[in-house]
Design a protein around this ligand. Structure first.
Ligand SMILES: [Zn+2]
Length: 299
């Protein structure tokens, strides 16, 4: 029984970005109201100074998140959509509120509109990773993958949608990975074992990732990945053994999937990062979020 970390080509030493950029929010504090927030100042003409300023202030605060800390929390694509939704929602909400409740209604409506608009923006920005799942004899892992999906949703607003699920019979499983049902692991990127080649040929859809759930792995890894540039001879895949402990639920699968989505076997030194070896790091940098969301496997 091993508590060895999830596997990637740690021997390669290519590193994903490790540290977070420093905060840049202060630079935005003095910026004049821009965009829609600025236009909203025109509400002064119709609704009086005090309330119009409050509405514009709310919108400005939302817009500021993009220009400032939006770069810090690794959700910039998603955040931009939320802000856009929030601003549009705020404008609509303030207009409705003004009609129903006059100046005070405009303020209340703007607040409600921003919240609702941000939610709509978040949902519109959501992307989907379709994942085929092949369950090998001896695996007890659930094929619902909700935990891993939650990690990717929180980090990059990418939801996992389970595609073709195939459960191999004992005979089929043994034909691919031998009668011990332990997957023989590669020693170095680019050199998959015969068992890995046989296994990763099963349950494929063009341009779709397939995850292989196995009972155990020969080197004690929790999981391994076959990212395109590192493994040009096998289709993009991940293999995961039973159980997530000692990692937080879903981390091994989410971590291995991101090796493929990032097309990078490297690891982060930031223990809060999903691509680190830490047991509980589930975040991604802004650069990683962008790359994950632009992966050809993510629609
Ligand atoms: Zn790894």
């Amino acid at each position: 029984m091993s508590t060895r970390d999830t596997k990637g080509p740690e021997r390669e030493g290519t590193s994903s970005s490790g540290t977070r950029p420093a905060t840049g929010a202060a630079a935005c504090r003095t910026a004049a109201p821009a965009g829609l927030a600025g236009k909203l100042l025109s509400l002064q003409r119709t609704h009086g100074n005090r309330y119009a300023r409050q509405v514009a202030g709310k919108l400005e605060a939302v817009e500021e998140k993009t220009r400032g800390d939006g770069k810090l929390d690794s959700k910039i694509d998603t955040r931009e959509a939320e802000v856009a939704g929030g601003v549009v929602g705020g404008v609509i909400g303030s207009a409705i509120g003004a009609t129903l409740g006059g100046p005070l209604g405009a303020v209340v409506g703007a607040g409600a509109g921003i919240a609702l608009g941000a939610l709509v923006g978040h949902l519109l920005a959501r992307k989907t990773l379709t994942l085929n799942i092949t369950k090998v004899e001896g695996s007890t892992r659930s094929t619902t993958v909700d935990d891993a999906s939650k990690i990717l949703e929180d980090a990059a607003n990418v939801k996992i949608s389970v595609g073709k699920v195939k459960t191999l019979t004992k005979t089929e499983s043994e034909a691919a990975i031998g009668t011990d049902l332990v997957l023989d692991e590669y020693a170095a990127p680019g050199s998959p074992t015969a068992e890995e080649v046989a296994l990763t040929a099963i349950n494929r859809t063009p341009n779709t990732l397939t995850a292989y759930f196995v009972k155990a792995m020969s080197a004690g890894s929790h999981g391994e990945s076959f990212w395109p540039s590192g493994f040009p001879t096998v289709p993009a895949s991940v293999a995961i053994k039973n159980g997530d402990s000692p990692f937080v639920a879903g981390k091994p699968l989410a971590h291995e999937l991101c090796h493929v989505l990032l097309d990078d076997g490297g690891h982060s030194s930031d223990t809060k990062n999903l691509m680190s070896y830490s047991h509980d790091g589930v975040g991604l940098t802004a650069g990683e979020v962008k790359k994950v969301r632009s992966s050809t496997f993510v629609k």
